[in-house]
Design a protein. Structure first.
Length: 357
């Protein structure tokens, strides 16, 4: 297991993060997983044994049950608090009344204390907004989060599921007003769905934000249980919860290539899909969830997979996004300022005969 800096915080997190959306299985979350306490504790134990020091949850996962089970697992295992990086989220609906969701100061302050209670801890290492709230100005949200950092309740703040312009605006507000900045973005990114590369990835690289990847297997489509011959795998997550949206034809082409490469390496499609993300420079940590110990063991082994340059080119070509404006124009116009091409194509100031003269 390797460890990478979380944005500019100086905190090191494991390249794989244990996701706990499968804990509890209440309401809509039963489609994701239904682990009860004993199973959840066992998964947390194995992840920690495998070198994972980063665990992600959210208050909305099974309406608080995921946080509660995670907190109990860490207590049962006797994990020293300073040795694990805990992340949770706020924004989703936690009560039926008008103010039961969102990113207002009131909702954030109420929910952070409830999350702390469920997790049985006095602080969060990373507190993330779970999406955009069109009714609350970003300034208000950032001021509330800054207050939590200054009182010690939260160590760092992050975002999830924001558009590039929303994230850029938030960073600008933090800079101008001297507020805490988002240090990470949790976002959907997979070799079968590389949309993030159009606008968000360049922003993250430029502003030194960490990228935490959710649904790296495209909601199970890259689990190895599916291919172009069938859309059903018998009990797999996609069978009952077809999310997130994926371009199926491109995904099947990707699966075909991963199967071929995997056969030579003795690795599964899922392991190669995770390993591809770990080879992307912008990625800080990939969030892995598991319905059982077998899935967790398979995912943990992905850190051992290495690709040759030729294999990475094959995967990149088969999974490449179709060009869209302004991306294709930016690439076209930027060619004459590429340093390697300049070295090859710019003629010397003097030709050979002129130099002799």
């Amino acid at each position: 297991m390797r460890y990478r800096p979380l944005g500019r915080t100086g905190t090191l997190v494991s390249e794989l993060c244990l996701g706990t959306m499968t804990f509890g299985g209440e309401g809509m979350w039963e489609h994701i997983g239904t682990q009860q306490q004993a199973e959840a504790t066992d998964l947390v134990r194995r992840a920690l044994e495998g070198g994972v020091n980063f665990i992600d949850t959210a208050n909305v996962y099974s309406h608080g049950t995921s946080e509660r089970m995670l907190g109990q697992a860490l207590q049962d295992l006797g994990v020293e608090r300073s040795r694990v990086v805990l992340a949770t989220k706020v924004r989703g609906r936690m009560a039926p009344d008008a103010n039961g969701s969102g990113l207002s100061r009131g909702h954030i302050v109420d929910q952070v204390h409830r999350s702390l209670e469920r997790l049985q801890t006095d602080h969060l290492d990373l507190y993330q907004i779970h999406g955009f709230d069109p009714l609350t100005p970003l300034e208000t949200t950032l001021r509330a989060l800054t207050g939590l950092v200054r009182e010690g309740t939260v160590r760092a703040v992050g975002a999830s599921n924001l558009a590039a312009w929303q994230l850029a605006r938030a960073l600008w507000i933090s800079d101008v007003e001297g507020l805490e900045r988002f240090e990470s973005l949790q976002a959907y990114y997979t070799v079968a769905g590389r949309d993030l590369e159009r606008e968000v990835v360049p922003l993250l690289s430029d502003q030194q934000l960490g990228l935490l990847v959710w649904s790296p297997l495209a909601g199970g489509l890259l689990s190895g249980k599916y291919d172009r011959t069938t859309d059903k795998a018998g009990g797999a997550r996609r069978d009952s919860f077809d999310f997130p949206p994926v371009n199926r034809e491109r995904a099947w082409d990707v699966v075909d290539v991963l199967r071929e490469i995997g056969a030579a390496k003795g690795a599964s499609v899922a392991q190669l899909a995770l390993a591809w993300l770990l080879h992307q420079e912008v990625v800080t940590s990939v969030i892995i969830g598991a319905k059982n110990m077998g899935q967790l063991e398979e995912n943990l082994a992905s850190v051992e997979v290495r690709f040759t340059d030729e294999e990475l080119v094959r995967i990149d070509e088969v999974s490449a996004l179709p060009p869209e404006y302004p991306g294709w124009m930016v690439a076209r116009q930027g060619g004459d300022r590429d340093l390697e091409r300049l070295a090859e194509n710019v003629p010397p100031l003097l030709g050979a005969k002129e130099a002799e003269g």
